[in-house]
Design a protein around this ligand. Sequence first.
Ligand code: MLT
Length: 245
Amino acid sequence: MNKVEVIHTPALLPLYSLNDKVVVVIDILRATTTMCVAFNTGVNKILPVASPDECLMFKEFDFIIAAERNAEKVPGFDMGNSPFEYENPFLAGKNIAFTTTNGTKAIKMAKAMNPNCILIGSFLNITALCNRIKESGKDLVLLCSGWKDKYNLEDTLFAGAVIHQQLSSAYEMHDDAALSAYFLFEQHQHDLEAVVRKSSHAKRFTLLHLQTDDVKFCLQQDTITLVPEMEGEFLVNKTATQIAG
Ligand code: MLT
């Protein structure tokens, strides 16, 4: 029987092996949600990069450059990290170099640990993601991006939601980290928005006076049927490649 593990923050990664496992990177507010939206709009590739300085270098290679730090767009960049920005049809066919406080960092850390594959998860694509996981036949790691190496509520809730869907198939919870995510989701599955609005990141949005309701947006379920996946250094939408080619 395949196993599922939950890693509640990237700081815990050194305690785990990702070797030959399917890794789902989770940053519900907002990086992995935003990535799903970008591919749904028709973005070609996303290059996760470590820092705004590195991201800037891709401007001359005709990339859209996107950078967020502390939930705000970094001055001088084309785009920030609100999923609403990535619904713009102008982005279809474009390549994006992207750096965020936690999400892109978690992706790069996972990549360095030789997993079988890295998938991008959000509530928007949860059923497509779970189907993709089931097809893999591999052990599963749900990697929460957290906030600056600390635990956050919304990523763990999502990990619990994935386990909830996975339990109907052949996955067993490997440890208490997975069990606690599962129990958290079980307890709050009918009041997710109220719970996530209490989270520290939602409070951060309030303090920044965000003009859009990103919490509500990021908790929509199954509005997207694709699963972004790492291919080399890039995130791509393999479904689009298969259809095109
Ligand atoms: C991150 O990667 O830390 C986030 O997605 C922060 C945000 O922009 O909400």
